[in-house]
Design a protein around this ligand. Sequence first.
Ligand code: F58
Length: 838
Amino acid sequence: MVNTSHRQTCRTANDVTSIRQSFLESLYFVQARFPEVATRNDYYLALAWTVRDRLLRRWVDTAATYYRHASRSVCYLSAEYLPGPHLANAILSLDIDRPVREALAGLGLDLDELCAQEPEPGLGNGGLGRLAACFVDSMATLQIPGIAHGIRYEFGIFEQSVRHGRQVELADKWLRLGNPWEIARPEITHEIGFGGYTEHYTDARGRQRVRWLPGQVVKGMAYDTPIPGYRVPTVNLLRLWSAQACEVFDFQAFNVGDYERAVEQKVASETISKVLYPNDQAFQGQRLRLEQQYFFASCAMQDMIRLYRQHTDCMDELAEKFTVQLNDTHPAVAVAELMRLLMDVYAMAWEPAWVLVRKLVSFTNHTLLPEALETWSVELFGSVLPRHLEIIYEINRRFLERVRRTWPGDEARVARMSLIDESRGRRIRMAHLACVASHKINGVAELHSRLLRERVLGDFYQLDPSRFTNVTNGVTPRRFLALASPDLAQLITDTIGDGWLRDLERLRALEGWADNSDFRAAWRRVKLGNKRRLADEIQRRAGVSVDPNSLFDIQAKRLHEYKRQHLNILHIISRYLRLRDNPGLALPPRSWVFSGKAAPGYHLAKLMIELIEAVARVINHDAAVADSMRIAFLPNFNVKNALVIYAGADLSEQISTAGKEASGTGNMKFALNGALTIGTLDGANIEIRRAVDPSNFFTFGKTEAEVNSLRLTAYEPRACYEADSDLRAAIDAVADGLFSAGDKDRFRPLLNSLLLQDEYFVMADFAAYKACQQEVDRVWNDTDAWTRMSILNTARCGCFSSDRAVSEYCAHIWRVEPVQVEHPAERPVDKRGFYGTR
Ligand code: F58
């Protein structure tokens, strides 16, 4: 008989000798390599397999526990995930850093070097995808049963490089060298139909039924990635769906010599999960994008029902066993798909099916920007999903009946609330579909949730206020503090113990240490070390040398007009001009760092990168300001590159137009790492400012209400230009070609948008921003005061843990409870040696 402790020693024990043994065996038997020819990547992979074995043992135990208890589970649907590299996080979760380091050191290898080999899955655009990854991490840590479904894009977000001062996009080939973190599940597949037509018929029991006869069918195959909880036995899974052709070849075509047609079908099918759309915050209604959305929503819903039916044939209790969370509207077509499955496949009538859907589904909105709201042309939608269009019409018919009953005669309201927007051609409003089907609808920060209730979804709120709620976003402290800044994490643990890693509110115990000068000195030493690391990175990847003792002022996020990188750069220019004119001006040295990608088709965002680069080139080479100003654009902002940035920041730029940034999560990551924020009263900035106390936060700019009334009156950006000589000088310098070798046209589109429209009130906020930056200089000059504020920022940001956010989803939306994973040792081993069987 094989006993479990033996299994443990063979393959998954955590002592140095076992880890070394596993590593060497993985190198030989999985990588088929020997040391003389092994590359660093072979070593990385060997280590990944070694760690993976240790995850898989827990993963199987977790799955077995959920299966045996038929635990109520979260089915999290997100079109995007940005988990970042897995290896270091897995080692942290499993608490095996020390033995792994030692085992590798014995072989002359360095853990950090091997970790650096790992390409990251860039399966998302930005905040939304990273939030999904933080939630997945927190669900595992809180031992919440759940599966996160998404798309296994073969090409994720493009890799950004900067050539001649411009963004260049390169294909992201993250799967090129193999992915040791995924397990292909060729047995878990679902068929997904597209196009075709529907037929209405009467079934054997006399019921009116519909069947959909798709014109094309593709197969969705599951790839599972283990997601470990932090120092708990739970390992959940991220299930990414990959599209495959149903038949490898159309043999008929092949046999008659039509090779092209034979492979055409295969190529078309597999295109669905080929590439991530790189547009953030701008909806583009391409057919392929709709196909992607339906593809993964259907895979997820079919898979949820498959898992449910492992226990019972009766569909009535589906909503007791699962809860479905829509991460924005990208998976909202799941609502119609669920209705189709329940009615057309499982023969339920409309009413009970709809009751089930309403119990199952809830929806998180992540944006207020009108251009980001998804609406599909009815014509396109109907040609891809004819059956779903019928279902959406019927949902709408019933829903509008209710609206008319509630507000008789108010046809304007009916038009506003309809799932079909009739004002610009006929278009399906996906947010309305998600709302109508959800028992809870939430925004991601207090201000955002209020604006949803008052504006974007105001009518829906009036119809059913109890369905609306707020869950302010959060970030995982494991990745964004422990992995981002190991030294700061160590200092914190040495000071207050390590409980903060699972209960971030415990950071508050640092408050008392802010007044201790020895602690402040230690804090500064650690921060300086982090800044040195970042300075090395800036030198290596941007070719700019920065002084680690200067103030590191950082804006790292997607490039977007509403995020206002141009406000930052205009201020930098004005400061440069002031310094040039007054060489005696005593301004403390600052290094500005920008990082972020621009959507490939977003010309003004790309032009902002060009302007940053152009300004950097001039200022960095001007000896007159060499001691006090440096600017760097760090290319290819992603999860991996972000960590060293958050850890090394002194000042975090969170300067979006009030009312535009739903929440922000970078703001939380910076503050948690002890950066002070200069920010507007937008998104979660408001809550961060309240948490750390306004005295430890640099606030500026128009409030959402002020911005709104300015928009309604005749806003004149040119008047701001006339009124502020620094702003005028900055704009004129750009217009005169100071940063473009005399080319006055180069940045014209950007300047015109500011002077003629200024949709995002850059000009209106410039003076306040400038004044606030002077305050930053003043406080920076008082090193002790700054350090104290830095410590208090970390100490008071405990509430921005994604553990807190996920707990709120569990309590108020999902009604899901933690489940203790059973250890195999607690389970018998059967005669054959299979462990855990009954
Ligand atoms: C972001 N949205 C919000 N969308 O902008 C940010 O304020 C918030 O903190 C974050 O979500 C998490 O709630 C966002 O990142 C996208 O990237 C979409 C991806 C799919 C296409 C449309 C944009």
